[in-house]
Design a protein around this ligand. Structure first.
Ligand code: LMR
Length: 398
């Protein structure tokens, strides 16, 4: 039977990473996968994480099973981080959550849950969106529909076109929104736009599904959660998927959370029972180590302060790199205005060069970015900035 199978091409982000790792060029530069790097080009383990692991090593008493939702303590702390401890939806106990294997686990289990609610519903995703959104959502049986989002000509959001497309959605459809640091464009809705999208969705009976994988890497932990918190005040039902990969640096520990907001406590409990049963039939329960780290940090004021301090430094470093990149490109004499890079948030921006130019950067200079020209700004540093800008100058003038 297996001899009939056809090979499946690897996800473009992961195959680029494999190519980068195999490259032996001394100045190779990874601007592909969304992983934070420090000035030395390393992806460090945060100090609070190391300390939490140290404490866990001496205090952990058992490796016995937890539950499909993970531990209550983790979920309580994760809810406060995402919604804010005093959010009305938490006071009304209408939010259930489950710790998941990374943000991917949260998105997939959210999609499985939504498909169970209504097998005919569609999920609207931004054009473009993260390469793994469609596989995760369609894999659960949801039909994908796209709404225009990023305008490659103006380097901003096609907001009117986005609203016009969402006017075509039907009541009960789900709309995937990026909570902050839009992946792949870095172009985020401003507060006024969040309200306008919420108005439209409420009027049409659409249900928000927010993917917030980068909380704290845009403007700050609370600022980045603005959209989620506002929607949870206004909408009786919504979903939120989050990740601790980037903001706690727990990439390979696969730590994320799915939140279901329901109309009231009783409905939240029923929705939770549906979700937990789906989790049980998929992977039974999530891995514990990453969640135990997050729980240890968030339950301790000192560790929380240390984590927030380091996260702020990461965020500021990315903002600084954005400014330096714009200045270096301007100084190089490259034609064109790249100032938009400074107005965008999180790790990514589209550089706006052609796939051929992206390929030239890869072939001639071992500089790796996604074919769409999405680049991970956090992959740059003081040492590589000149190399990158001079390679770009060469490629653009060829
Ligand atoms: C990315 O977009 O590069 C990250 O979210 C990593 C991934 O898994 O694709």
């Amino acid at each position: 039977m297996f001899e009939q199978l056809k090979p499946v091409p690897q996800d473009p982000i992961l195959s680029l990473l494999a190519d980068y790792r195999a490259d032996t060029h001394p100045h190779k530069l990874d601007l592909g996968i969304g992983v934070y790097k420090d000035e030395q080009g390393n992806t460090p383990i945060m100090r609070a994480v190391k300390e939490a692991e140290h404490r866990l090593l001496t205090t952990e008493k058992s490796k016995s099973y937890t539950t499909p939702a993970g531990t209550d303590e983790y979920n309580q702390l994760a809810r406060a981080l995402v919604f804010g401890a005093d959010h009305a939806a938490l006071r009304d106990q209408r939010v259930v959550s489950a710790q998941t294997p990374g943000g991917c686990g949260a998105l997939r289990m959210g999609a499985e849950f939504l498909h169970g609610c209504n097998q005919k519903s569609r999920v609207w995703v931004s054009l473009p969106t993260w390469a793994n959104h469609a596989p995760l959502l369609a894999g659960a049986g949801l039909e994908i529909v796209e709404y225009p989002y990023y305008d490659y000509a103006t380097h901003g959001i096609q907001f009117e076109a986005m609203l016009e497309a969402l006017e075509q959605a039907s009541a009960g459809d789900f709309v995937l929104l990026h909570g902050c640091c839009h992946n792949p464009s870095g172009a985020d809705l401003n507060r006024e736009q969040w309200h306008a999208v919420a108005d439209l969705m409420a009027r049409k009976g659409l249900i928000p599904f927010v993917d917030m994988a980068y909380q704290g890497l845009g403007n700050g932990l609370d600022q980045d959660a603005f959209g989620v918190r506002m929607l949870a005040e206004r909408f009786p039902e919504m979903l939120v998927a989050t990740s601790c990969s980037k903001n706690v640096g727990l990439y390979r520990e696969r730590t994320g959370t799915l939140f279901i907001v329901a109309a009231n406590r009783a409905e939240a409990q029923t929705a939770g029972s549906q979700l937990f049963s789906k989790i049980r039939s998929h992977y039974s329960m999530p891995p514990a180590h990453g969640a135990a780290i997050v729980e240890t940090i968030l339950a301790d004021a000192g560790l929380t302060a240390s984590w927030e301090y380091e996260l702020a430094a990461m965020r500021e470093r990315i903002q600084g790199l954005r400014q330096q990149l714009v200045a270096a490109i301007a100084a190089s004499g490259i034609d064109g205005d790249f100032a938009f890079i400074q107005q965008q948030f999180g790790m990514f921006s589209f550089l706006g060069i052609t796939p051929l130019q992206v390929e030239q950067l890869r072939q001639d200079y071992s500089i790796y970015m996604i074919n769409s020209s999405r680049m991970n700004i956090a992959g740059l540093n003081q040492g590589s900035m000149d190399y990158f800008v001079s390679a770009l100058t060469e490629v653009l003038s060829a």
